[in-house]
Every structure is written in C-alpha cells, then in structure tokens.
Design a protein around this ligand. Sequence first.
Ligand code: F3S
Length: 276
Amino acid sequence: MEIKLAENYGFCFGVKRAIEIAEESKNAYTYGPLIHNREEINRLQENFNVTTAHEIDELENTDRVIIRTHGIVKDELKKLNESGKEIINATCPFVTKPQEIVEQMSKEGYKVVIFGDEKHPEVKGVKSYAVNDPVVVMGIEDLEGHHLGVKVAVVSQTTRKVKEFMKIVNHLIENVKEVRVFNTICNATFENQEAADKLSKEADVMIVIGGKNSSNTKQLFSIVERNCKDSYHIEVPEELQPEWFEGKKLCGVTAGASTPDWIIQNVIEKIRKFSV
Ligand code: F3S
C-alpha cells in the first residue's frame, strides 16, 4: 500500500509562531491551551515547563502569561495587562485581524455578524471586541429574528469554509442596504482543505490527524469523508486499527493546523508497519 501525504498539511504559520514563543518562554503559563493539540501541550510542559491554566484565577502564582493562539476575550486581556504580569501575546495575527475589524466596525455603528461557532474560544474572543451586540451565526437560519438594521459588517471565524461564508454574505446582501464583507478565513486552513480534498479523491483510505476538539481538523475530516468513505480522524498512532488498511492501495494522510510533525511521522510509521 502506498502512503501519500497531502500537498499541504499540519502546522500553520500561527501555530508554529505560538510554539516558538512558548519554547522561548520557559516556566510561563498559557491562558487556555496554547493550541488544540494535547500531545504538543504535554511536550511543552515536559521540555519547557510551560503550563496550561484553564481559569484566569490559576494565573495568580505566575508572573509570565502567554496568550493562546486563538486569543482571549478583551476584558480578560485588559485585566491581565493591568495585573503587572509579563504578557506574551501568541495570538495569531490572523485572529487579531477580525478582533480589530469587529471593534472598528461596531464603533462605526455597523451591526456585526460573525460566521462561526459561538462556543469556540476564537469566536468568543472576536465577539468580545464589539461595542454593540454582535450576532454569531452558523448558517442563514440563525439570522432569523435578528434586527440587523441598514449597516452590517460580516467576518468569519478563521477556520470556516469559504462556500458557507458566501451563503451568509449573499443572504445579507439581498436583505441589508449596506454590507461590509471581510474575508477573515485563513489561507492556511484553505490550503490544507484543498489539498485534503484532492488527495481524498484518489485515496481508498484517509487518515486525518489532529485534536478531537480542533475545529479545522474536524472540517478536514468532513471534507475527506465526502470523497472517501473509509476516512478516520485520529489524535495519536495508538488509535490506528490494522483492518482499516486491509486490501487498500492508497492511504492518504493529512493533519490539522495544530498537529505537530512528530505525531504525523509516528502515525505514518505505524501505518507502514500495517501495510507490510
Ligand atoms: Fe492562524 Fe490560520 Fe493558523 S488563523 S492559527 S495561521 S489556521
């Protein structure tokens, strides 16, 4: 069986940057998981003593705080900045961008529409920058019942699909007088998605590697699953089952934007053992 990696996969610029920042900030705490990958977070803890705090109160005993890749809500960042601690901001610049847009547009009187998952930390952060009441939607149906007024500004969670974003944009254009559209979808996600789509059309088994709570990994999985019915989303090599590869000719491998290379290599090695 041949094993083929997608043309683009794995770590994106923002995650690489955050990890480098964490590696240079020994003994610091991150507020929330730095990235959505437990294995990498454990490695940072073991090798660099970088600890994850899940609540702001857990940061009382540290004087160095790293802000995670997906960002945090505005008031908490303000509180941390005022606390006298050293704040090391590892928020991806592509996440800072929609935060700035939302702040600016809401100040200018635009009703802000955010396309994304309300429960995701990135969206919670972006939403908190609006000075008026923003609307978070996953689809057109979520816009029902909201009074949007005549001026709307729309942004997207970085990991969303362009086609889905376009549906919301088109709907807004049909119904609102002035619509400002900011395509804040991140290219890294897009490139990984395109490559996964292409590879899964030729593969007869697809392995998608990444955190079970990683939004972009879940999206990669939903794309490949459409093209290749034998697709599996795993976090670690131990989850691989030999029967997945029986009689297969081409195994495609891709990985979410927060999956480190060493995990990908371990997975490939294990698949290789199954295929001999
Ligand atoms: Fe940033 Fe895009 Fe990665 S938003 S964290 S470069 S997926």
